[in-house]
Design a protein around this ligand. Structure first.
Ligand code: IPE
Ligand code: IPE
Ligand code: MG
Length: 265
């Protein structure tokens, strides 16, 4: 039986960085809201499920490219805490798809030294999926390649509430003085504790909203919205997002370091 693998198969040759991109100014961490699977399917007269399946292929391509181009971390939004409100058969299909893909791809992720993690409130996922997640996490934990994070039953508000609960418990236990809670201690209780904040957020399918994704972590991310529907997201679309990113001036509340304005106050 033939099995497609995450970032190998026919694409074993390494993809080179598009000319014109500055290797030294790539984002360390890219976050992606993979949206538009349903519309992609609808525009072809196909059931939504096939849009989600095609979305998996776009994800494999994106992971491969990010890994080859030297991006350190890729964090993708696969299922939000609000997505449970979809019809039961779509939710069930997605859970089964996550299981199948994870099972089939684990070996090639391992071969490519990908460190895979799942971020979100994982306790309410199907048992079997939870087991696979645990297995994948443990197997790849020491890998030195790209850090690949899949947000599943993830909600930014849920994450912040859970962090607040953990801090409150530590305080009640006497382990933590509430006055000592600062941004670093708070961030250390988030699902993303070991990750730097994303430098670039990509949202596909033209929607200009965050949809409860990484509310804390996106504080200073550059935002690239593309009309491309997620299943059509490819090398050209990723390259466009990176050129857009490199055209931005990141000030973090300060002044443009390249401009001389501040010498003339
Ligand atoms: C994103 O595609 C995938 C998930 C939310 C699971 P959608 O399913 O939201 O696709 P559209 O927005 O309906 O086109
Ligand atoms: C955001 O997409 C969630 C994921 C991509 C998993 P949605 O399709 O759920 O977002 P809304 O409903 O358009 O805001
Ligand atoms: Mg959507």
């Amino acid at each position: 039986m033939s099995r497609t693998s995450a970032i190998t198969t026919d694409q074993t040759k390494v993809c080179t960085l598009p000319t014109g991109l500055d290797k030294g100014r790539l984002p360390s961490h890219i976050a992606v809201i993979m949206d538009g699977n349903g519309r992609w399917a609808k525009s072809r007269g196909l059931p939504r499920a096939l849009g989600h399946r095609a979305g998996v292929e776009a994800l494999k391509t994106t992971l491969r490219l990010c890994s080859d181009w030297g991006i350190k971390a890729l964090t993708v939004y696969a299922f939000s805490t609000e997505n449970w409100s979809r019809p039961e058969d779509e939710v069930n299909f997605l859970m089964a798809l996550f299981e199948r893909v994870l099972q089939n791809e684990l070996e090639s992720l391992q071969n490519e030294k990908v460190r895979i993690n799942f971020l979100g409130d994982l306790d309410s996922l199907p048992r079997r999926l939870q087991q696979l997640i645990e297995e994948a996490r443990n197997l790849t934990a020491m890998n030195k390649g790209i850090s690949f994070n899949v947000c599943t039953n993830y909600g930014g508000r849920r994450e912040l509430v859970l962090a607040a609960q953990k801090l409150a418990k530590r305080s009640l236990n006497g382990d933590l003085d509430p006055d000592m809670i600062d941004e670093n201690i708070f961030a250390s209780e988030l699902f993303t504790a070991s990750l730097v904040d994303p430098d670039l957020l990509i949202r596909t399918s033209g929607e200009r909203r965050i949809s409860n994704f990484l509310l804390w972590q996106l504080a200073y991310a550059e935002i690239h919205v593309t009309d491309v529907l997620w299943p059509d997201f490819d090398e050209q679309a990723l390259s466009k997002a990176l050129f857009d990113y490199q055209s931005r001036c990141r000030r973090f509340g300060g002044l443009d370091p390249m401009s001389s304005e501040h010498h003339h106050l």
